[in-house]
Design a protein around this ligand. Structure first.
Ligand SMILES: Nc1ncnc2c1ncn2[C@@H]1O[C@H](COP(=O)(O)OP(=O)(O)O)[C@@H](O)[C@H]1O
Ligand SMILES: [Mg+2]
Length: 309
């Protein structure tokens, strides 16, 4: 299939440290990792059997874009990004056909100690928060004002952390106190404050481009190579895999929104009664339509057309 990653760098002699649902993580040296986004897609915590063309490249370029923008907006922010693309030395030793496949999906990042929580910020009420609110007016113990409508903007964005489950398990929402128990009070407070600040800066930027960031998930780690060790924004940032993006012009309160992320694929899984099933193959057209959503998200956020890489 056009634009699909077919190779693994383990065959090229790199040391594969771990394989996530989407990414492959290689060790470059004691302090740096090569973070390679494949075209795999997961929905409802299950990786589907077919790739989404271009997805890994688009995710990498969107994350790179945000890491740079956020570092400018928040000068004290530490991120794991060293640079996008391959290290020069590696690019020169790889076979050209392999280098072409991986260079736009790759990022050289700092190796850090990953904190086992997911830091979610919600600016709008949707998804599981909407379901819970309809039941009892709260979400993970946070009581919300009465009379909210579906997809309504919250007066203040809320921080709703969750556990970072092992592969195949579901993440569970946890309270701020629980986070403090896991990572310590000081780090928990820093993570909350920083996540809300990043969300605020990113939302203000996205709004200018006609994009609503309804909610998003961040991951953090601790870089032990600095003195003192520093809280570091890691993983992917504000991508269609980690966020809900809505078009501001199509936004209408009181209903679910047209979203420019993998919601389209989730809807297809639900409609075809395949939600959470393993071994699901995605029909060519559905994969193409999903790829187009990722492509559109890139264009909406950066203002540049996606030129197929
Ligand atoms: N700088 C980093 N150092 C070490 N591990 C990282 C770093 N950034 C992200 N990770 C981890 O790498 C993995 C990324 O791959 P991904 O396919 O997204 O995994 P997952 O299935 O957990 O979502 C995640 O488990 C993430 O916590
Ligand atoms: Mg991930």
């Amino acid at each position: 299939m056009e634009g699909v990653m077919r190779t693994t760098l383990a065959e090229e002699g790199l040391r594969l440290l771990s394989t996530g649902k989407v990414r492959e993580i290689y060790e470059l040296d004691s302090s740096r990792l090569l973070f390679v986004a494949t075209d795999r897609v997961s929905a409802f915590d299950v990786v589907l059997d077919s790739p989404i063309p271009q997805k890994g490249s688009i995710l990498t370029q969107i994350s790179d874009f945000w890491f740079k923008l956020l570092s400018k907006e928040i000068p004290s922010l530490k991120t794991h990004l060293i640079h996008a693309g391959l290290p020069d030395a590696l690019e020169q030793t790889l076979k050209p056909e392999v280098a072409i496949q991986v260079q736009h999906r790759s990022m050289v990042v700092k190796k850090v100690n990953v904190l086992p929580i997911e830091s979610i910020v919600r600016g709008y009420i949707t998804g599981s928060a909407w379901t819970s609110y309809q039941n009892d007016g709260t979400f993970v113990g946070i009581s919300l004002p009465s009379g909210l409508k579906e997809s309504q903007k919250l007066e203040q964005p809320i921080w709703t952390p969750s556990t970072k489950a092992e592969q195949g398990q579901h993440d569970e929402n946890i309270s701020a106190q629980e986070v403090a128990r896991i990572v310590g009070e000081d780090l928990a407070r820093q993570i909350e404050r920083l996540s809300l600040l990043i969300y605020e800066k990113a939302s203000a930027y996205a709004a200018k481009r006609g994009v609503i960031i309804a909610d998003t998930k961040f991951e953090f780690g601790v870089d032990e190579s600095t003195d003192p060790p520093s809280l570091t924004l890691i993983d992917e940032v504000l991508t269609p895999d980690s966020s809900r993006f809505w078009s501001a012009t199509k936004y209408e309160i009181g209903r679910s929104q047209v979203s420019v992320d993998k919601q389209y694929l989730r809807d297809w899984l639900v409609e075809t009664s395949q939600k959470g099933k393993r071994g699901v193959a995605i029909p060519k057209q559905v994969a193409k339509d999903t790829s187009n959503r990722y492509n559109e998200a890139y264009q909406m956020l950066t203002g540049d057309p996606w030129d197929a890489k």
